[in-house]
Design a protein. Sequence first.
Length: 134
Amino acid sequence: MVKVKSLADLQNLKANLQTKVDLREKGDSAERLVQVRVAMATCGIASGAKKVMEFFIDELEKRNIDAVVTQTGCMGYCYAEPTIEVKLPNQDPVVFGYVDSKKADEIIEKYIKNGELVPGIIPVNYETIDNNNQ
């Protein structure tokens, strides 16, 4: 049990608990929210993924964008770390590589807010050829 010795301790405890409650509440309706997944495997962390994740958490909140920011393991794009996956409601996810704070800001402003694709997308969607129609 955490001992509260000051008003600052109490405020920190409240903030931590509120974050957990918010995540739990948003988790029930995640498909209706913007979802940002940050690859936090060893290569991602070494490339600055933690700073990118913190940027997304802070900036999405400041800009009043309902979103869930989570971490994930390796996405398989180690050459392009830090990598993130963004899923807008009712759309397929898009993976971006080489994301730093500047690129993250561009992703928020152009892609998340306006639906405009920005450079840095790592191809993950493949078309298949239906052999029966040839």
